[in-house]
Design a protein around this ligand. Structure first.
Ligand SMILES: *Cc1c(COP(=O)(O)O)cnc(C)c1O
Length: 427
């Protein structure tokens, strides 16, 4: 029934379905554990022969309802929530990749994902190759090795806001017999559903637009159920797991093998679990997701057009501006809007950038994105200040670049604020 619903109905009603006498609103099950009556049943829970709650590190009803809603919105077969987006990305990859193995990723990544892959995964013995996503398919395929286990990218990449070429990437993944894993944080499932375009696994920092009000950290992994883990490359999924008496995930759980394994191995052993209170808030945020994403997108396009015509602005990046290299891809994959992130270059470089940030009044300087309030950051003097000029340029952070997360206030007020700050920053 619920997978026949439209997007808005799923966001409001999906997940928590109370029976008579139960709370209408998803309750916060603030309990680490669950009463049971039958020791044999508990033994079966431990052996994954039965479904039920026994310890919140593995499953909790508040988390389950939120997971079910996000899975429904993305069109997946199941989801696991995590304590942050970083944990979701880490588990999504470690679930199929171990020491001695390899990942290929688009190089245009969120900063935290870049350091996770370039530095922390190296310590785990997992090697990552960063490829320019604009290379043609044959060039990208040259970077694959026999031990490559995943192809990774972001629907809207950092910091160029480039849109993933799903057709090219999903074809490469299919030919190389690895899953395509996509970070869908910026568009959310309202603006783009990667599983409909050939992705196999979707990850989210729910901290951003899914929350929408900057209250809670959280992450989600969604399994598309559309990858054949029995293709000989993934023995961890097709062969017996000694930590569950020789259970075979693929044989036992079919197209949910990946997501069951992520929960019962990685959450069990590493434990980056979402808190029930955060799941409650993230679930509330999801109820208004479509309304907010439509407004974020509408405001951002208007602000992009205003900046694009401004004589104190060098350049503007927004995928739905005709001069953006991803314009055609944005039209294809983001028909309802391109979300709320834009970047622009201010005339006068570093100094003018800092001055602009100090002079905005409605917008605020925060290290965050994707909430209801408009925010600005000047990466060259803040998040990327430790890098040399050459490193800044290589990572796409020009010294005049200002990144904006456009909120859902009245666009006239956002533009008026930018106008007065631009006038003060650029003589
Ligand atoms: C913020 C973010 C992350 C990391 O998420 P956290 O919830 O902060 O751990 C990953 N990917 C993208 C695209 C993000 O914006």
């Amino acid at each position: 029934m619920s997978d026949k619903w439209g997007f808005n109905t799923k966001s409001v009603q999906g997940g928590w379905q109370p029976k008579a006498g139960e709370p209408r609103v998803l309750p916060i099950y603030q309990s680490t554990t669950y009463k049971q009556d039958d020791p044999d049943f508990v033994a079966d829970l431990f052996d994954l022969k039965e479904n039920g709650f026994f310890y919140t590190r593995l499953a909790n009803p508040t988390l389950s309802a939120f997971e079910e809603k996000i899975s429904l919105l993305e069109g997946g077969v199941g989801a696991v929530s995590t304590s942050s987006g970083q944990a979701a990305i880490m588990y999504a990859l470690l679930n199929i990749c171990q020491a001695g193995e390899h990942i290929v990723t688009a190089s245009t990544l969120y900063g935290g994902t870049h350091t996770l892959m370039a530095s922390t995964f190296k310590k785990f013995g997992v090697e990552v190759t960063f490829v320019d996503p604009d290379l043609d398919a044959e060039e990208i395929k040259k970077h694959f090795k026999p031990e490559t286990k995943a192809l990774y990218g972001e629907t809207i990449g950092n910091p160029r806001l480039n849109v993933l070429d799903f057709k090219k990437f999903s074809k490469i993944a299919e030919e190389m017999k690895v899953p395509l894993i996509v970070d869908n944080t910026f568009p959310t499932p309202y603006l783009c559903r990667p599983l409909e375009h050939g992705a196999n696994i979707v990850v989210h920092s729910a901290t951003k637009y899914i929350d929408g009000q900057a209250t809670s950290l959280g992450g989600v992994i969604v399994d598309g159920g559309n990858f054949n883990w029995n293709n000989g490359k993934f023995p961890e999924l097709s062969e017996p797991d000694p930590s569950y008496h020789g259970l075979k995930y693929w044989e036992t759980f079919g197209n949910q093998a990946y997501i069951v394994k992520a929960r019962v191995q990685l959450l069990r052993d590493m434990g980056s679990v979402l808190s029930p209170f955060n799941a409650f808030l993230l679930n509330l945020g999801t109820e208004t997701l479509s309304l907010r994403m439509a407004k974020h997108s509408e405001n951002t396009l208007k602000l992009a057009e205003y900046l694009n015509n401004h004589d104190k602005v060098e350049w503007v990046w927004y995928p739905l501006l005709k001069n953006h290299p991803s314009y055609e891809l944005a039209k294809r994959y983001l028909p309802l809007g391109a979300s709320g992130m834009l970047s622009f270059g201010i005339k006068g470089g570093n100094q003018a950038g800092k001055k602009f940030i100090s002079n905005v009044e409605l917008a605020s300087l925060v290290v965050h994105l994707g909430d209801a309030r408009t925010s600005v950051i000047h990466p060259a003097s803040t998040t990327h200040r430790q890098l040399t000029k050459a490193e800044q340029e290589a990572s796409g952070v020009a010294e005049d670049l200002i990144r904006v997360s456009v909120g859902i206030e009245d666009i006239e007020d956002i533009i008026a604020d930018f106008e007065q700050a631009l006038n003060k920053a650029v003589g």
